[in-house]
Ligand binder design. Structure first.
Ligand SMILES: [Zn+2]
Ligand SMILES: [Zn+2]
Length: 198
């Protein structure tokens, strides 16, 4: 199992915030025994982001997943590679009626084929005075949890100190306490033991 964190480099003003979030995610996933690698998008991914972005700068997730999935097939990417895009762009997924979500991911298609693509957006945290990168790290680790097989059916963890809960409170999502927890114990013991580590 490996996850690539792709930092959207079309927005240089956010690279520092996104980079700090990626550092937190690396520590959190490494605490779970999951190897992580950070990268900027390759030319195919950049093209896929561009093609899936509408005239208002919103990333349409269905189009993005479709294009990334096609490239994974062409490149023969191993099924246990996961990719999460960290971006300042707002997100929508028209087919699911989702607008302006924190993040989203698809571990596998309904026919069982692995996709393994996630996206985490800084957009919802933009107006927070502090902790923007903590919020983005929370979203990224949450989507990583889904990509590793946790709560595949849209329900979430009930544990108040677990990244797999359906937390919406921006103050809590961006707090210093959350930052410390994400780096050391991002998932509760139940979620941690259920992560697919193959
Ligand atoms: Zn979720
Ligand atoms: Zn949990």
């Amino acid at each position: 199992m490996r996850v690539d964190l792709i930092m959207d480099n079309r927005y240089p003003q956010y690279i520092e915030t996104i980079g700090y979030a990626a550092d937190t995610v690396c520590l959190g996933l490494q605490s779970q025994g999951i190897p992580v690698q950070m990268a900027y998008p390759n030319s195919q991914t950049l093209r896929n982001i561009r093609e899936a972005t509408d005239s208002n700068g919103i990333l349409e997730l269905g189009h993005y997943y479709e294009r990334q999935g096609r490239d994974r097939q062409i490149c023969g990417a191993p099924d246990d590679d996961r990719t999460i895009l960290l971006t300042p762009a707002a997100l929508k997924r028209t087919s699911a009626g989702i607008r302006n979500c924190f993040g989203n991911s698809v571990e596998r298609y309904s026919n069982g084929t692995v996709l393994g693509e996630g996206v985490a957006s800084l957009s919802r945290y933009m107006h927070q005075q502090i902790g923007q990168s903590t919020g983005l790290a929370f979203t990224t680790l949450h989507e990583a949890g889904h990509l590793f097989g946790l709560y595949p059916h849209g329900n979430h963890c009930q544990c108040p100190t677990c990244t797999m809960q359906n937390e919406q409170n921006l103050t809590k999502l961006t707090s210093w306490e959350t930052e410390q927890r994400l780096r050391t114990t991002p998932f509760c013991s139940s979620c941690s033991s259920n992560i697919r580590r193959r």
